[in-house]
Design a binder for this molecule. Sequence first.
Ligand SMILES: *Cc1c(COP(=O)(O)O)cnc(C)c1O
Length: 442
Amino acid sequence: MPATSPSSSEASADPFPASAVAGATLAEGRPGWQPDADVLRREDPELAGVLLAEHERQSRCLQLIAAENFTSRAVLTALGSPLTNKYAEGYPGARHHGGCEVVDLAEQLAAERAVVLFGAGHANVQPHSGSSAVLAAYAALLRPGDTVLAMALPQGGHLTHGSPANFSGRWFDFVGYGVDRETGLIDHREVRRLARVHRPKAIVCGSISYPRHPDYAAFREIADDVGAHLVVDASHPIGLVAGGAAPSPVPYADVVCATTHKVLRGPRGGMILCGSESATRIDRAVFPFTQGGAQMNSVAAKAVAFAEAAGPAFAAYAHQVVANARTLAATLADEGLTITTGGTDTHMITADVAGTGLDGRAARGRCAAAGIALDVCALPHHREPPVGTTGIRLGTAAVTTQGMREPEMVRVGALIGAVLRGEVVTGVAAAELTGAFPPYPG
Ligand SMILES: *Cc1c(COP(=O)(O)O)cnc(C)c1O
């Protein structure tokens, strides 16, 4: 396991001891590097135009992509800081580059905050993305050719859960489990049966579209039954876990992989949580096995996001995300959509739009034209060419960050119904709704 602090000889030679660093820049006013849209406008008006147009799109349209959110200004500040200039291969106190004393503090803060926030033995905060975290978890636990049991892609598995287009499907032998045809809930009897037949080296629990809480204890029990590792890919619900609005996989999983940019509302990136006995194996699987230098600006932004997620305001936010999703799901059901599993426990809703006479793609297209951003998704047990497009998937993480609550969710659901019926064809109504909830109030 990497040292958590520089050795004493390094520390005594350190021109920037932690105590001095902490207080140094706080009182100095606006630093010369602070992100400034005017600087970009002058230097590169073309690209500045793109950034401002995207900010405008994010502000004006209804953001119902289940995997998206709006980070805080503090997170954006860390992302746009000179930490992006620093090379830092390795881990705090054991780097391959000089001059890492200061950024080491950022990574230590991020890892310590993640450990406390999630009650984990160890946290690796370097994965560049959720997919990188999953890759490292497999690298730590598996060998090419090993059998892995994961949710089948047409039932809600992620690309990294065995897609033939992804490294996972190429290098491992994936077997897919699914959900019950009637209830839409994970069929644990089927998971156990497949585990006993195929004897996987690892079982993956996680999904891009499952709107209910997985039963982590049941997965643990099945994994123990067949001697498999349990990998939980909690990329979607980890923010709800942080806010106490969803059960934690940490006590059950050998390794938890997650993103930091979904409900958790941090910078785009990944992380891995595990017991302290697996720390060295996981750390080596991230660096040097699957990644090079850590992105220290992202690592610092993760530290900021973890501190934000530890506070009472974030707990209230996480619970409001779920309350909003429940209200939106009920309203969409009233509008004639069939909600998978009949509702949601999370930020996520998946729905069949067949009752409106549309397929998922046509529904997404109509919504896009009306200023509503959402995704198509696969609906389990639907026969469909092309695969993955019969349903729609929505989430409430972003609109809840904007400050919307149940009354707005009723309006959003009714608006989607009107759009799907062809009664609303422009973005005016969506812009009226979002106008009162700017993601970055001036
Ligand atoms: C989002 C997600 C990922 C991948 O995250 P990226 O940062 O896009 O690589 C992996 N697994 C699951 C279940 C996800 O939802």
